[in-house]
Structures are given as structure tokens and as C-alpha cells.
Write a protein that binds this ligand. Structure first.
Ligand SMILES: NC(=O)C1=CN([C@@H]2O[C@H](COP(=O)(O)OP(=O)(O)OC[C@H]3O[C@@H](n4cnc5c(N)ncnc54)[C@H](O)[C@@H]3O)[C@@H](O)[C@H]2O)C=CC1
Length: 487
């Protein structure tokens, strides 16, 4: 496809005036301007002393063990750095819906840059016709680039417009380079599993601009177009750089063979898979899964166990009505079936630098990452109090209560309280947040919430209301959760 003749004379990320329309640069060397601000990697441990000559075999084994440990330490540091990026405050969720800012003034009250102002005007005008603009964007993209169609699911359901939404989300944060870089880097890494390549970006950019100019004609002019070109160029570059950097360290996806499939209730299964190569992650994180029956349809699930010596990964899946992936994973999947896994993500990880207690709220299958956090605390061997409130609508929905009570018996620092909201119970009855409030206050606790978006919202409000500062409350993004709701 020919490069358009639009100009891009520098932009919010300092692109030079000679850049023109988007042109991918070489993969970064790790020191590029777009490298996310992350903590430095752990320093390498000193090499072991040279072995006596008579013990070469043992020395060889020691050297291998040392290299293995080094690789493990570096990998863990990489995962921690990536998790750190997720912890940035105000990081935009990947799919927060097509809700352009109605007012082109940023929430901070600071005056927007001219580019950000132009972008927000376009988005405000686009809002009422967002659906039409999205449809037009994809129609144009696939007509002009038929080969790109294969990167998307056969049925373009809710996931269909993720790309467009993400671009618009990014555009909204044009004046916040740190947030934007963290968000886009993660997006770029995550796009590797879709087969996205640098040469796809100009094609997408062209169609994006065509859709914007068609559906926001009143605010579209040469200056606006130049602002969008600059922004899209910067967005693309950050994503490409992050993907290239990630490519040196991780595969685009992993394959995982199902080795165990336990149906815990008629619609909830615990699925255990063996990845085809080591899969580094931290307890509390989540991944994306694709089944063989619905190619290119990916859904998020949390790891329900901390990293294990045997490398197996487990997930709790609830089949929801009309849920393609969740239905297949619960009702169709069997040992021997092979899934694909994306990279790990998420910042709901244990802060091991403090001895604060952990107050955990797990609602429904949201108990999965909470169980992983408990195992993580147990592995670190520090006796921090951990209080788990495990909520379900009915007593029969507490499908993992036996496991949680077994953990409680094994660890005297752990307390597990089942809570039922809608049905008869001999135990605690009510909504999780209200029950947790009754047991408070929780002055020396960090809070971890996982479950339906409504539970997280009211849980956060309650916890803040009883004095837990918001920086000590962790949960996955609400917008991301809604997009991630098992289907
Ligand atoms: N499978 C996984 O790995 C993970 C799943 N999740 C999310 O957890 C949710 C689990 O869904 P279900 O098992 O169907 O749970 P559910 O809808 O049966 O509810 C579980 C608990 O949350 C409470 N709750 C629900 N809405 C509430 C609200 N608005 N305010 C206060 N409490 C509320 C219920 O009373 C119940 O105690 C899904 O949204 C899923 O996306 C979250 C993290 C991991």
C-alpha cells in the first residue's frame, strides 16, 4: 500500500520533522526513547568460583544450575518489571468502551497540548456515531487489506472493535507520555499473539484516519489530521518497539495441553494445563486463553495457583450463557486438548516488601487468584495474617471451599470465611463488602479484590470508607474485567 502524503512534523513523543507518515524504525536496543520507565533488572549474581580440575562433570552441572538460576532470576525480574508497569496509577484499561471525553479539557485541569485538544474534539464529535465509525473502519480495513482479516475471529462479536477502542483510548492520553507508554507497551506485547507485524500499522492508521475524517467532519481539518498522524505514528512506534523487545525474551504465545479437567459444579471447571515451554508469571496475575474450537477468540483467566515446581497452570472457568470460550472450556475440553496461552499480565501481586496483613475478597470464580496469593504468601514463609472472605450467591456455588479450608488448616496465619449472599446458609450471610466492614477496621492490611465488577466497585468504596487508603487496595481493572468476563 502506498504511503499517504500527509506530513508528521514532530509530535507528543518528540518525533522529528523528517519522519513523515509512520515508518517503523529498527527494533530498539533497550535504551530507546520509548523504553518504559521501569525498575532496573536485578544485577547478575557473581559467577561461581572455578572448579578443581578433577571434578569437571560436577562443575559442568554446577555451571548449568548457575545459568538456570540466573535465567530464572532475570525472567522473574522481567515479569516483575512488566507487572510494575501495570501498577502505574491511572493506567487506562484496555477496553474501557467507546466513551470519548465529552470535554476536551483533561481531568487534571492542565491545559491540553494543541494535539491533545484536536484529538479530543474529534472524539467528542465521533461519540454519537461511534458504532458506525467502527463498522466503517473495519470494512475499509478488510476491503483494502484482505490478508488482515485472518488476524481477527471469524465472528466479529464484542471483541471486534477492540483495536479501534484501544487506539482511541491511547489518543485520549496523548498528553501523558508515562501512562501512554506503559499502556501501549503492554498492548504491543499482547498483540504479538494475534500475529500483528510492523507493516500492519500503516494500513490500520490509514483506515483509522479515513473513519475519523468521515464521521467527525465538523472538527476535521488539516491541523487535526496532522495531529492524528503524529499521534498514531507515536502510538505505533511504542507498540512495535515493545513487541520487538518482548520477542527477544518470550514467545508470542505458548501451547498448553490440558492434563486435568475437573467439573466442580454443572457449569464450573478447574482446568489444568502443561505449557510446552516454561511459563514465568507471578501469583495474582492472569493470562489469555484461546481454544481450538474458536480460533482467534481470546479470553482472560487468572492463574488459580502460584507458580509450581512442575510448571503446570490451573484456571477456574465458569460457563456463562452464550459463552463461546467458557462454554467450550467447561463442557467440551478434555485432557489431551491443546490451548494457546498469551503472556501473563496484571498487577494484583503480593507486595513482599511489607509485613502488612492481606485482606482478600474473592467473589465466585474470582477466588482463583486469591488462592494463588495465599499459596504465594505460604511459599515466602513469612507469617503475615491473611483474611479471606470467599463470596458466592448460594452455598452450592462455593465450589472451591474445600481447598480453601484445607489451606486454612495447613497455615495458622490464614483465616477463610465463606459468605453467601442470596441463599440459605449456616454461615455468614450478606454481600461481601458489608460483611468485611463488620469485621473491620483493617488498619494494617493491604486489600486484594477479585470477582464481578459490581463487587469490586462496592468493595473498593467500602474499604476506602473504612479507612484503607486506595493505594493499598489492589484489583484488576474494572474495564478490563468487564471485557475479560468469561464468555
Ligand atoms: N475465572 C477467573 O479466573 C476470574 C474471574 N473473575 C470474575 O469474577 C466474576 C465471577 O462471576 P461469578 O462466579 O458468576 O460470581 P457471582 O456473580 O455469582 O458473584 C460472586 C459473589 O460476588 C457478589 N457480588 C456480585 N455482584 C455484586 C455487587 N454488585 N456488589 C456486591 N457483591 C456482589 C455476590 O454476592 C457473590 O458473593 C466474573 O465477573 C469474572 O470475570 C475475576 C478474576 C478471575
Amino acid at each position: 500500500m502506498d504511503a499517504p502524503t500527509r506530513s508528521a512534523d514532530g509530535g507528543p513523543h518528540g518525533r522529528g520533522s523528517d519522519r513523515g507518515w509512520f515508518t517503523p524504525t529498527q527494533p530498539p536496543d533497550g535504551t530507546g526513547a520509548h523504553a518504559p520507565a521501569v525498575p532496573p533488572a536485578l544485577p547478575p549474581a557473581p559467577a561461581p568460583p572455578p572448579p578443581p580440575p578433577h571434578d569437571r562433570q560436577r562443575a559442568h552441572e554446577q555451571q548449568q544450575a548457575h545459568e538456570h538460576r540466573q535465567a530464572h532470576v532475570q525472567k522473574r525480574a522481567q515479569v516483575q518489571r512488566q507487572a510494575h508497569e501495570h501498577q502505574r496509577p491511572a493506567e487506562p484499561p484496555p477496553d474501557q468502551g467507546f466513551r470519548p471525553a465529552p470535554d476536551p479539557v483533561p481531568a487534571t485541569g492542565a491545559a491540553p497540548s494543541p494535539d491533545a485538544y484536536a484529538l479530543r474534539r474529534t472524539l467528542a464529535e465521533l461519540e454519537p456515531v461511534a458504532d458506525k465509525a467502527t463498522s466503517y473502519f473495519y470494512a475499509l480495513l478488510f476491503i483494502q487489506n484482505p490478508d488482515l482479516r485472518a488476524l481477527f475471529p471469524v465472528a466479529m462479536d464484542a471483541q471486534r472493535d477492540r483495536l479501534f477502542k484501544a487506539l482511541l483510548t491511547a489518543a485520549r492520553h496523548a498528553d501523558d507520555p508515562a501512562t501512554l507508554t506503559a499502556y501501549l507497551s503492554r498492548l504491543g506485547r499482547g498483540h504479538r499473539k494475534y500475529g500483528t507485524r510492523p507493516e500492519h500499522y500503516p494500513a490500520v492508521g490509514e483506515c483509522l484516519l479515513a473513519a475519523l475524517s468521515r464521521y467527525a467532519p465538523d472538527t476535521w481539518n488539516e491541523a487535526t489530521e496532522a495531529a492524528w498522524v503524529r499521534t498514531y505514528t507515536a502510538i505505533s512506534q511504542i507498540m512495535i518497539d515493545a513487541a520487538a523487545e518482548d520477542e527477544e525474551q518470550s514467545p508470542a504465545w505458548w501451547q498448553g495441553e490440558i492434563v486435568r479437567h475437573e467439573l466442580r459444579t454443572p457449569d464450573i471447571a478447574v482446568v489444568t494445563v502443561r505449557p510446552d515451554q516454561p511459563y514465568p508469571f507471578l501469583a495474582g496475575q492472569y493470562t489469555t486463553l484461546e481454544t481450538p474450537w474458536w480460533p482467534r477468540v481470546w479470553r482472560h483467566y487468572s492463574f488459580s495457583a502460584a507458580p509450581r515446581p512442575d510448571g503446570l497452570l490451573s484456571f477456574h472457568v465458569k460457563a456463562v450463557p452464550a459463552g463461546w470460550v467458557s462454554g467450550a472450556l467447561v463442557h467440551r475440553a478434555r485432557p489431551g486438548d491443546v490451548l494457546r496461552l498469551g503472556p501473563p499480565a496484571g498487577s494484583m501481586i503480593v507486595d513482599h516488601s511489607t509485613d502488612n496483613g492481606l485482606l482478600c475478597l474473592g467473589g465466585g470464580t474470582g477466588i482463583a487468584p486469591i488462592k494463588a496469593l495465599v499459596e504465594d504468601v505460604a511459599e515466602h514463609g513469612r507469617c503475615r495474617p491473611v483474611e479471606v472472605f470467599y463470596g458466592a450467591r448460594h452455598a452450592g456455588d462455593l465450589y472451591d471451599i474445600d481447598t480453601m479450608l484445607r489451606l486454612q488448616r495447613a497455615h495458622n496465619w490464614l483465616s477463610v470465611r465463606p459468605v453467601v449472599s442470596d441463599g440459605p446458609t449456616r454461615g455468614l450471610c450478606g454481600e461481601l463488602p458489608a460483611i468485611v466492614r463488620q469485621y473491620g477496621p483493617w488498619p494494617a492490611y493491604d486489600a486484594y479484590l477479585s470477582g464481578p465488577p459490581g463487587m469490586i466497585r462496592s468493595g473498593v468504596d467500602t474499604l476506602v470508607g473504612i479507612g484503607i487508603p486506595s493505594h493499598r487496595i489492589r484489583h484488576d481493572e474494572i474495564g478490563g474485567l468487564m471485557a475479560a468476563a468469561p464468555r
